[in-house]
Design a protein around this ligand. Structure first.
Ligand code: UD1
Length: 358
């Protein structure tokens, strides 16, 4: 694991593997290194500390991917695992999968088969390559199957397991007083009424000055309508930091994971370009407007509470949401808080069968 969204996916899997008594090594690549982006989540999720931290940090895509490739290879050689498990679609995922595959170590990919069909997204390149490098593809969303079929990957190596991100959400709902956390945060921000929660960090929305300008104009329009809370990803600081001067817009540091879920669960509407937030809002039944032209998670539109929008149309989309009755939480097959157990069972089952075969 390496970047923020990997952690809530990995936590339930590690917990289930530990319950099963499986020997394992946790490698953190260090792609994300700020406390708020990594260590704070590890604490909140009750995860064991990583056994190894590669400390790769930031860089261009090539630098970051190459740094993980180079740093993880000796760890894989030294520890000689029977299987390497990777999560999601970040640069760390691709690098770890590639290093393992080249050493002849089988790879299991959690979140297989998601496709945005947008080749300009770095994550799309990572996803495709990782699925083709993997021996086991653990499918978290029913709509992944069509993509796997198209790419000739809908075989015995692909297994339905459900969404481990939802396990972590359910775990936090059980373990933490989210209502209390939300009340404390809203009191701190001086917000008494309905609010919009926004998360924006995709390169396509924040790296380009013109696009970021359109995001700022949208936030200004929305801030005049209802309070906007924007926990700012480090990537967005340079171009969206000035949003803090906009009336009605509260720019804050990235939130601790349980605080973020608390704010998500209480939001009237969510504006995002994240992948995981589309899933979490659908599960919670919170309307979500995703400012992207594609999504690798279409099930959040067909069965969930999500809709795609351009930046120009987002204000009208949000008006439509505010005028409509609140949606019901989505019921998506196997998004039930037990994906970690199914993933651990798939991994141990595969290892047992291989041992019997050898
Ligand atoms: C990465 C993932 C993306 C995921 C996102 C979630 C890739 C290609 N992208 O994007 O899929 O949705 O994480 O957060 O892997 N930075 C810090 N502190 C940190 C981490 C990053 O200040 O702890 C800054 C760095 O200056 C860096 C920038 O944020 O240049 C972007 O970080 P990077 O790891 O390149 O990608 P993300 O945009 O976070």
């Amino acid at each position: 694991m390496g970047a923020r969204p990997n952690l809530p996916k990995a936590a339930p899997v590690i917990r289930a593997l530990d319950t099963a008594g499986m020997a394992r090594t946790i490698v953190h690549t260090g792609q994300h290194y700020d406390d708020a982006m990594s260590a704070s989540l590890i604490r909140a999720l009750g995860m064991p500390e990583p056994d190894v931290n590669l400390g790769v940090g930031s860089g261009s895509h090539a630098q970051q991917t190459a740094a993980v490739l180079t740093a993880i290879e000796p760890v894989l050689i030294e520890r000689s695992p029977a299987l390497v498990v990777v999560y999601g679609d970040v640069n760390s995922t691709l690098a770890a999968a590639l290093a393992a595959a080249k050493l002849g170590i089988p790879v299991a990919h959690v979140e297989a088969g998601l496709r945005s069909h947008d080749p300009a997204m770095p994550e799309e390149i990572n996803r495709r390559l990782v699925d083709h490098l993997s021996t086991l593809r653990l499918v978290t969303s029913p709509d992944a199957w069509e993509n796997l079929r198209t790419e000739g990957l809908a075989d015995d190596g692909s297994i339905d397991v459900g969404n481990p991100m939802i396990d972590s959400l359910v775990h936090m709902q059980r373990d933490q007083d989210l209502d209390r956390r939300r009340a404390d945060l809203l009191a701190l921000l001086g917000i008494e009424a309905d609010y919009l929660l926004a998360t924006i960090h995709r390169p396509s929305n924040v790296d380009d000055l013109q696009q970021a300008g359109a995001v700022l104009r949208l936030l200004e329009t929305l801030g005049a309508r209802l309070p906007v809370v924007l926990p700012l990803h480090p990537r967005s600081q340079r171009t969206l930091g000035s949003a803090q001067t906009l009336p009605g817009v509260h720019v804050i540091e990235p939130l601790a994971y349980p605080d973020f879920l608390a704010m998500l669960a209480g939001a009237r509407v969510v504006l995002t370009d994240s992948g995981g937030v589309q899933e979490e809002t659908s599960f919670l039944g919170i309307p979500c407007v995703t400012v992207r032209s594609t999504t690798e998670r279409p099930v959040t539109i067909t069965l969930g509470t999500n809709r795609l929008s351009t930046l120009d149309d987002a204000s009208a989309e949000i008006d439509a949401v505010l005028a409509a009755p609140r949606p019901d939480p989505a019921v998506i097959p196997l998004w039930d808080g037990r994906a970690g157990e199914r993933i651990a069972a798939a991994l141990t089952g595969w290892l047992d069968r291989r041992a019997a075969h050898d």
